[in-house]
Write a protein of this length. Sequence first.
Length: 146
Amino acid sequence: MKIAIGNDHAATDMKREIIEFVEGLGHETINFGTDGYESCDYPLFGEKVGRAVASGEADCGILICGTGVGISLAANKVKGIRCGVCSDTTTAHLIKEHNNANIIAFGTRIVGSEKAKDIVRAYLEAEFLGGRHQQRVDMIMDIERR
Ligand code: RB5
């Protein structure tokens, strides 16, 4: 898969580790995040990854900031994006199986890098279950059209 990755200054080191991990799993990455440590604005990166996923340039996305919250809020403002914060592996597979999330987010101040890798793997290996979940995802997406 082609995976868009974005981060702010708080998560530059974790982003590097996650890129290495994801590429080690055989995926391609597109780095939309900052590579520096100077304070910068997470909405920029949430939007970039959101647009890459919504346009089909990437199959899905990974966003990392201090908590994962701010950057996920920004991504969710892009039409077509379903992004949620995952701090555990159960949420990480259910967010795909039930919510068909196309981006996951997490916080470098909340989870360590080994947990972050487990979260990423759980999300990437999960599959959307469809059925009753499709109807609910459709209801979410319908909110954008009203
Ligand atoms: C940056 O200090 C911090 O606010 C940001 O990384 C993130 O946690 C916001 O939600």
